[in-house]
Design a protein around this ligand. Structure first.
Ligand code: SF4
Length: 179
């Protein structure tokens, strides 16, 4: 069952996803919908089997940081002064409470670098449809639960995320360890 799910996830990410993106190149209005669908399908498949997880990485997009904040967090999230003007403060607290790694990536290259350095057993990733779907594909076979960001001010600026969704994903990994 586990091997079957693993293979199916690989097939969806490495075969179905590029095909959908090709179709999306012609039907641009559908592209984001396809990306969200891939994220949803990936999450369902990841959560189908128990996973042995010791190290979890919470990977966040740069746009979640308040756009007026001048601290550079890319290489050290803990430089945040925790003023509470954006969700970075709460996300650091979650990472501390659950003893997991946390990082901010400004793009795919940095995200890949962080994953290579941290070597997580599982990732909880937050991003928009495009970055999240391509990131999940890039990091396969690492199990990733993808959470879409919220964009009250439009894309790429002062975005936010549901803390409950992050905690639910964390609890899922913690409560579904392989026996
Ligand atoms: S919570 Fe941290 S990252 Fe957000 S605005 Fe305040 S100091 Fe900057």
């Amino acid at each position: 069952m586990k091997v079957k799910t693993h293979f199916l996830r690989g097939f969806i990410l490495k075969v179905v996803y590029p095909v959908l993106m090709l179709i999306g190149a012609f039907f641009k209005s559908k592209k984001q919908e396809f990306q969200a669908y891939i994220v949803k399908l990936n999450n369902i498949l990841v959560m189908r089997n128990n996973i042995n997880v010791k190290k979890i990485l919470l990977l966040l997009p740069h746009c979640i940081q308040n756009s007026k904040c001048d601290i550079r967090l890319t290489f050290d999230v803990f430089k945040c002064r925790r003023c509470g003007k954006c969700k970075i403060k709460d996300l650091i607290e979650i990472a501390e409470n659950y003893n997991i790694s946390i990082a901010i990536a400004t793009g795919g290259t940095i995200a890949r670098k962080v994953v290579k350095e941290v070597k997580p057993d599982a990732i909880i990733a937050v991003a928009c449809e495009r970055d999240l779907s391509s990131g999940i594909v890039d990091t396969y076979p690492i199990p990733v639960i993808g959470i879409l960001n919220e964009r009250p001010f439009g894309p790429c600026i002062d975005t936010t995320v549901s803390l409950k969704q992050i905690e639910d994903a964390l609890k899922w990994f913690i409560n579904h360890q392989e026996k």
